[in-house]
Design a protein around this ligand. Structure first.
Ligand SMILES: N[C@@H](CCC(=O)N[C@@H](CS)C(=O)NCC(=O)O)C(=O)O
Length: 206
């Protein structure tokens, strides 16, 4: 398998953590790429019309995207405990947690892209609205971290990975201030989660 890869992308990190946790990482070759909405990489665009990473090529030559689809695919390839429950309420609780992690990231990434526009084109109303999404997700996670939930489950799941990569990216880019302020339970959860070897091996860097 091959994956379009960047050390700074939290969605690539999510798939890499998933692959490390399932023992599949050695089977995945990295294709380093730099892409931005305004300057899409042509090689990436030829494989994924959305020009986004991660994009994962299977051993059969099929391109899979986005990170959710890539993780679903990887979960079919290993013999360890599944990271995405197969059915029932646990499946949808984990998928919803993944949606919270991914959605907060989407909003945070839109803030970052906005900050890279020429100053005259930046719109604070837009950035504030996106930050509102991030903060509401953090508030939801604070509640989830206080009791039994997919976030606090002992068995690792893709929702936890998505949230861990989202929090790691908020730390890396600092688009929303320090997420720990006002979210002590999330901070404690992240402290423990980021000790996993898969998270330590994938800390973002420029
Ligand atoms: N929903 C997608 C989001 C992927 C995404 O936003 N990737 C960013 C890098 S972190 C990207 O490739 N951006 C380039 C662009 O938007 O053109 C996923 O889960 O994979």
């Amino acid at each position: 398998m091959r994956v379009f890869w960047s050390s700074t992308s939290p969605f690539v990190r999510k798939v890499t953590v998933f692959a490390l946790e399932t023992g599949l990482e050695p089977r995945i070759e990295r294709i380093p790429v730099k892409t931005m909405p305004t300057t899409p990489d042509p090689e990436l665009s030829a494989c994924n019309p959305l020009s986004k990473m991660p994009s994962l090529e299977t051993d059969d030559g099929e391109w899979l995207y986005d990170s959710r689809v890539a993780c679903e695919y990887l979960d079919t390839l290993h013999d360890r405990a599944p990271l995405i429950p197969r059915d029932g309420a646990p499946r949808f609780e984990v998928l919803r947690l993944q949606a919270v992690g991914d959605g907060a990231l989407d909003a945070g990434i839109l803030c970052r892209y906005e900050s890279l526009r020429p100053a005259a084109y930046q719109w604070s109303v837009w950035t504030d609205a996106q930050l509102g999404k991030v903060h509401r997700c953090l508030d939801l996670l604070e509640r989830a971290a206080k009791g039994p939930s997919a976030l606090t489950a002992d068995a690792l799941n893709v929702g936890q990975i998505a949230v861990g990569c989202m929090l790691g990216w908020l730390d890396f880019r600092m688009v929303a201030g320090d997420f720990r302020r006002g979210h002590p339970e999330v901070a404690a959860w992240y402290e423990r989660f980021s000790e996993r070897p898969s998270m330590r091996a994938t800390v973002p860097y420029e």
